[in-house]
Design a protein around this ligand. Structure first.
Ligand SMILES: O=C(O)CCC(=O)C(=O)O
Ligand SMILES: [Fe+2]
Length: 339
């Protein structure tokens, strides 16, 4: 296993997991590397991931053209218009990750569900239609990207299953048949934090809620990962996705695969930083249960950013994420309380 930087998360060639002609032996070899990285770091870089380079480049171009618009144009699709589907644009300072505003702006997207979808009809949070900016090609390209990353997510989860000694399709049959997919475009402005705005981070320390996050980042850098020996950079590596384990996979594996805190420094590079995470999460109705062979997880509340004992969580993924969402977006919380 080579490392992406001297002492950053490992870089893994995941080609065998996405290549239909690979052998079981080749896939097991990749799974072993993912297993080691998920235990030691909770993070790895996925190289040779099979997502078309030109599709990635097109998404990046569209994301940049979205953020380059005037604030008033971006505010034509504010998150407040997305309601409980949790879609749309929020301006810098609009998201509170660790109770403080983050110095970033973002566009929230996800699987496109029409008004007749049963969950949309029921008003289930995080489900619904996107708010599309008025930019040619935006919708088709974003939806193609979500599909491509969904395929990669399933492939990486099959690698996790193999790494855990489970049958390859184990997660497909236990929670990811219809995964919750959330896509975000983030712009960390070069513009400094104005005096009086209490923003100390691009994104404050947090863990991700679901199973697996696949993040594209540009060449600016700023992502940091917590280790037992302090914070370590996860610098940009062209052609890769930074992948990290979320809370639910930590819970399901009894802490064997770790959902590790990370954060993004305020951008002082002099140019804007773009990042694009895709959150590959369990089906909303999945009751989160330990995988076969998972030991009893240890209470890790003393180490966790939110003081929660993840291993004691009982319920569906929907229960978990609903409780979290309201803390990050106070406006949405008010809606949830009414809901
Ligand atoms: O922008 C990044 O590099 C990381 C963002 C992140 O951690 C998140 O959105 O959960
Ligand atoms: Fe994150």
């Amino acid at each position: 296993m080579h490392t992406a930087s001297m002492d950053g998360p490992p870089l893994i060639d995941v080609g065998a997991l996405v290549d239909p002609s690979s052998t079981a032996e080749q896939r097991v070899a990749v799974a072993r590397e993912i297993d080691a990285a998920a235990r030691a770091w909770g993070f790895f870089y996925a190289a040779r991931h099979g997502v078309d380079e030109s599709l990635v480049a097109e998404v990046v171009r569209l994301a940049r053209s979205f953020f380059a618009q005037k604030e008033a144009v971006k505010m034509r699709i504010p998150m407040s218009a997305g309601g409980t589907a949790w879609r749309g644009f929020f301006p810098t300072g609009g998201e509170l990750t660790s109770g403080r505003p983050d110095w970033k702006e973002g566009l929230y997207l996800g699987s496109e569900l029409g008004p007749d979808h049963p969950r949309v009809r029921e008003g289930v949070i995080l489900h619904g239609a996107n708010l599309w900016p008025d930019i040619p090609g935006f919708r088709a390209t974003v939806l193609a990207y979500i599909d491509a990353l969904e395929a990669l997510g399933h492939a990486l989860m099959r690698g996790c299953a193999l790494g855990l000694g489970l049958p390859e399709p184990w997660f497909d049959e236990h929670g990811t048949r219809d995964p919750l997919l959330l896509l975000r475009f983030f712009n960390y402005p070069a513009r400094p934090v104005p005096a009086g705005v209490p923003a100390s981070w691009g994104v404050g320390e947090h863990t991700d809620y679901g199973l697996l996050t696949m993040l594209w980042q540009d060449e600016v850098g700023g992502l940091q990962v917590r280790t037992d020996h302090g914070w370590v950079d996860a610098p940009p590596v062209p052609g890769t996705f930074v992948c990290n384990i979320g809370d639910m996979l930590d819970r399901m594996t009894g802490g064997r695969y770790r959902s590790v805190p990370h954060r993004v420094a305020v951008n002082t590079s002099g140019r804007d930083r773009l990042s694009i995470p895709l959150f590959f999460d369990p089906d909303f109705d999945t009751v989160i249960q330990p995988v076969p062979g998972a030991g009893p997880g240890q209470d890790d509340s003393g180490r966790r950013w939110d003081g929660a004992n993840l291993q004691s969580f009982q319920g569906t993924y929907g229960d978990y994420v609903t409780a979290k969402v309201g803390k990050v977006f106070p406006d949405l919380n008010q809606k949830l309380q009414r809901y």
